[in-house]
Design a protein around this ligand. Sequence first.
Ligand SMILES: Cc1ncc(COP(=O)(O)O)c(C=O)c1O
Length: 357
Amino acid sequence: MEFKPIKYMEWMKTRGHAKYDLCPSGVSNLSLKELGVGIEDLEIYGENSYGYLPLIQAIAKRYQVHEDNVMLAVGTSFALFLVCALLLNKGGNKVLVERPAYEPLWAVPQAFGGQIVRLDRKYEQGYAFDLDEFEKQLSENVKFVLLTNLHNPSGVSLSTSMLKNMAEAANKKGVFLVVDEVYLEFLDGEVGQTSFHLADNIIVISSLTKVFGLPGLRCGWILAPPEIVEKMKVFLDYSLVEGVFIGELISSKMFDQLASIKLRKKERIHQNVNLIKGFIEDESCLTWIEPSGGIICFPRIESGLSGDELARILREDFDTAVIPGSLFESPQHFRLGMDVESFVLAEVLEHIKEILA
Ligand SMILES: Cc1ncc(COP(=O)(O)O)c(C=O)c1O
């Protein structure tokens, strides 16, 4: 295994403080106090050998799955690590990974010896997949397909029929479809949305990080067939041995509150999406695919200026951070976060206008 530096992670972790930071893709963090958890509710020891049962039960209930389908993980990130450790245990396997992508999606399977083949989501096609192309890329030595729904960086959702068709095509070759759903519940709709029930070869990874503003809990999970979950438990014995009890305990208490936690930011996000929508409609140098939900969007610059240049000028002249598109394999773009005060967003948009002019 070779762990090469992940440029995106390094950039995010070392970007330093900016007056206006529009880089985050998850809603701002909640404190223990805001969540109504007191020290008297907490304990550092308890039974969590293969995960704290009340937390496993809460996840199973929310997503309407059996407890045997749930494996806890330290964030979606470790969930991906577990999936790769399990599915890429023999060399020479291919992994089909969406492009543009959040870098760990291809870096982690590559570190496990996976041969990465890219699966394009073209801007011109609204970041949808081309099913015919996808079918051509499937073969017996593809181990799994990895994609995000909602898509990072664009925030675009995949239709149920597309996911079903992809899973069906993959199943014919004995291939798993691994769906990162860390942004999915930004969508309005039923509680506990997931693609897990669409097909037997779908594995879902997700967490409480982005939609619910709880990254510090590192509460992640995998929804998978029971035989996969059993094998992951063995991997747990080789790696973390156990999760952090106090984190799993607090996480289990969060599930009853998720609906109200989610409502907290709804109005502001709605207002900010409309602000950006109006701005892009009026700004001839920018185009975008409107996100289906969430707090990120991925505008394209049509004037020749690169996304990296725009990000640099915003940073140097206006103390504002956005993510350069090159970190998402798309140099003409930049990723803009929307969970800021609307007046801040309006000011940043004015600065972008000035730079583009
Ligand atoms: C697509 C995607 N998956 C996973 C993660 C990490 O999530 P977690 O905090 O649950 O590990 C991110 C973070 O940006 C992400 O964009």
